[in-house]
Design a protein around this ligand. Structure first.
Ligand code: TYM
Length: 333
């Protein structure tokens, strides 16, 4: 909370091409908060380097992620859109929070366990303290709500624990944030292995639908999606493939599961998969068109990065210096 206004913060890593998981679980929902909250949406490039990045790719994806924010309906007049590394208070607050975060807590983070298994040759300290940087992102803005997919819930809960711990020592230092998850769409699964989350770092491009995939590619990927040996379109835990497609269809069309079951009663998986592909491609088409326009004007994106960083810095500075003062750091103006 800043003054009377409640705050919403979220971030996306520019670490790969963004997927419909990122879209349905997070970005699509961001715009809904801009009316009621003071919103900050950040391209978290500092998080991305916890795994090795090709510098040219990281740079390009940083522009792309910002452009996608805007293409997905985030108006820069109503939302503060910026790049994390351009606001140095993120990294500074992260250090301070490190001193209030326990080794044991970080060791229990499932994403750390997964990522360290996947990148066994590069289990760096940044990968371990990644959730502390994420807590800094959130607490820097005295954030009330954090819209995320379910895979980030544990990190937001750790952020709450850190904030509560600090507030016990230094009363009213930080607002304690709530994770906000979309009813459906909070966990979009891989098309190839529907018990696994759809991930932008998946090596199998057929498992993942990217926001920028063209219509033919989208339809082809859904056609190949793993389902099961029945031919019934029904939402059920024992039908993870079909249920995932129903969730995606529901998110893009607004139809609920009962309506979808009725719509496809007596029809086969072929018809259903085609409908999911078409609904997805048609919904993404305007986003893609707007994205292409925005990417054609790099100077405008850079101007936005600059403006966004200035806006964010104003709030970030206030929180950081308040905390530094509480900690006993000498402040000279
Ligand atoms: P990232 O970049 O992996 O993902 C961005 C957002 O997309 C959501 N998401 C999904 N939602 C549903 N289904 C999926 N298959 C799926 N895959 C990804 C994520 O939950 C996330 O909301 N650590 C964060 C970025 C971050 C952040 C923050 C988020 C850094 N600082 C502060 C919120 C607040 C991450 O790696 O997200």
């Amino acid at each position: 909370m800043f003054g009377e206004q409640k705050v919403c913060f979220s971030g996306v890593q520019p670490s790969g091409n963004l997927t419909i998981g990122n879209y349905l679980g997070a970005i699509k929902n961001f715009a809904e908060y801009s009316e009621k909250y003071k919103t900050f949406y950040c391209v978290v490039d500092e998080h991305a380097i916890t795994v090795r990045q090709n510098p040219a790719d990281l740079r390009r994806r940083t522009y792309e992620t910002l452009a996608l924010y805007m293409a997905c309906g985030l108006d820069p007049e109503k939302n503060t859109l910026y790049v994390q590394s351009m606001v140095h208070e993120h990294a500074e607050l992260a250090w301070l929070l490190n001193c209030f975060t326990m080794f044991g807590e970080l060791s229990r983070m499932t994403q750390f366990k997964d990522k360290s298994a996947k990148h066994a040759d590069n289990i760096n300290a940044g990968l371990f303290t990644y959730p502390v940087l994420m807590a800094a992102d959130i607490l820097l803005f005295q954030t009330d709500v954090v819209p995320v997919g379910i895979d980030q819930k544990q990190h937001v809960e750790l952020c709450r624990d850190i904030a509560n711990r600090i507030n016990q020592i230094y009363p009213d230092m930080f607002t304690v944030p709530e994770p906000m998850m979309a009813k459906s769409g909070k966990k979009i699964m891989s098309l190839a292995e529907p018990t696994k989350k759809m991930s932008k770092s998946d090596e199998n491009a057929n498992a993942v639908v990217y926001i920028l995939d063209d219509k033919d590619t989208i339809i082809r990927k859904f056609k190949r999606a793993v389902t099961d040996s029945e031919a019934e379109i029904r939402f059920s835990e024992d039908k993870p493939g079909v249920s995932n497609l129903m969730t995606i269809y529901s998110c893009f069309t607004g139809k609920n599961y009962d309506e979808i079951e009725r719509e496809f009663a007596g029809k086969g998986y072929g018809d259903f998969k085609l409908a999911v592909g078409e609904a997805t491609a048609d919904s993404l088409a305007p986003v893609q068109a707007r994205f292409a326009e925005l990417m054609a004007d790099k100077a405008a994106l850079e101007a936005q990065m600059k403006r966004g960083a200035e806006e964010a810095s104003y709030y970030a500075r206030r929180t950081l210096s308040k905390f530094q003062k509480k900690l006993g750091f000498v402040q000279i103006r």
